[in-house]
Design a binder for this molecule. Structure first.
Ligand SMILES: [Zn+2]
Length: 387
């Protein structure tokens, strides 16, 4: 599992070398000294993440902090055990050798849960670089609405297995999640306006964040797989959802519903969808639809998969061109989302966009093949708290 540096753009360096402080614009946005402190800590951790070693002078240079400000931040991170000093680097000229700084990946741990399966809930404990340290699951009966008690129980069991202070809990869920951890709507769970972050946080005594599962799967591919800084990640399962990464960040949209492309009507003559519209994308390309079509006509497997992949490719061409994205990742049961399907997506895209302008667009499977939502949720907690 590779690990991508989280922050490749250090804080803007100031010509006078002074510590970045709350600007007038920051103050208007309610950014105070504590936010600046957090931002500076994040920028230092981001430079060292996951396994870079830098001297104090390197840190000051790359963050734009003055040497004394960088030293203050480094001292506080050393005190918190988040970074450590190890090894020396010989000076290039006269002077003393420099002590090197490193991240301590095991200084904090993260609990990540995935509540999107119908038969069970999954959870893991990871360190700061996504290494899985513990794993557990609890069965659920599939009844809807989903009861919160099994989620609490799984979280408490994983909390008991922590061997370092917890950074927090992250929950990957289907449906739409607002910026405060309220599941606004999750048809698959039978939930509407469930304040999962508050409910769970009260019960387990840890900060909780909640994210859409397709979004954090995209984040996992970015963080631990082969994802590019601009990427569209399509998850084909019971339904069809997507996550978009632009400039290394998940796009959530005005109503936190970016990527909910399954119920966009794309065929006026298509089948009636469960949502009431006709020809929604997921009535043409979801796994249950493909399985049904293949069962009814097994001799035309290639034609069925090519047709479905082609429709998806047609639909993706516009966001690809709109955002200039060249990395298209399609996740789903490899028995169905196979080479034939991916080739059809790729052909449909390549024959629609102008490669002279947009360059080569790659359509591929995710590099990670399991635990995507869990690892992505771990990365999401890390980004929200330390980075
Ligand atoms: Zn629909």
């Amino acid at each position: 599992m590779s690990t991508t540096p989280l922050r490749d753009t250090p804080l803007e360096a100031r010509a006078d070398g002074a510590q970045p402080c709350a600007t007038g614009h920051d103050r208007l946005r309610g950014v105070g000294p504590e936010d600046v402190r957090r931002r500076n800590r994040s920028s230092v951790i981001g430079l060292l993440y996951p396994d870079h070693s830098l001297s104090r002078a390197d840190v000051a240079k790359h963050t734009g902090l003055s040497k004394s400000s960088a030293s203050d931040v480094i001292t506080s991170l050393l005190d918190d055990g988040l970074i450590r000093e190890e090894g020396m680097r010989a000076p290039s000229g006269p002077g003393r050798p420099a002590i090197m700084l490193h991240l301590v990946p095991d200084a904090r741990q993260i609990i990540a849960l995935d509540i999107s399966h119908t038969s069970h809930l999954e959870g893991i404990v990871t360190n700061l670089t996504g290494r899985i340290l513990a794993r557990d699951e609890v069965p659920v009966d599939g009844g809807r609405p989903l009861d919160i008690e099994p989620i609490v129980s799984l979280c408490l069991r994983l909390r008991d297995r922590l061997t370092a202070p917890a950074l927090g809990v992250g929950v990957a869920t289907p449906g739409t999640v607002d910026g405060r951890g309220v599941v606004v709507k999750a048809a698959n769970l039978g939930w509407r306006d469930v304040d999962l972050a508050s409910l769970l946080s009260e019960r387990v005594g840890l900060p909780v964040r909640v994210d859409n599962n397709a979004n954090v799967s995209a984040l996992a591919e970015l963080q631990y797989g082969a994802g590019q800084r601009n990427m569209i990640f399509v998850q084909i399962a019971r339904g069809l959802g997507a996550g978009m990464i632009i400039d290394n960040r998940i796009v959530t949209g005005t109503y936190f519903s970016a990527g909910e492309i399954g119920h966009v009507a794309v065929d006026d003559t298509g089948p009636i969808c469960g949502c009431g519209k006709r020809g929604c994308l997921e009535t043409l390309t979801s796994l249950p639809v493909l399985r049904k079509q293949l069962a009814a006509d097994p001799s035309h497997r290639d034609r069925i998969l090519t047709q479905a992949g082609s429709i998806l490719g047609q639909m993706l061409s516009m966001p690809i061109a709109m955002a200039g994205v060249a990395d298209i990742v399609i996740s789903g049961d490899p028995e169905l989302i196979d080479d034939t399907f991916l080739a059809a997506v790729s052909y449909a895209v390549s024959t629609r966009i102008d490669a002279d302008f947009l360059g080569k667009v790659v359509v591929r499977r995710p590099q990670l093949d399991h635990d995507m939502a869990l690892l992505g949720e771990s990365a999401s907690v890390l980004r929200a708290t330390l980075l």
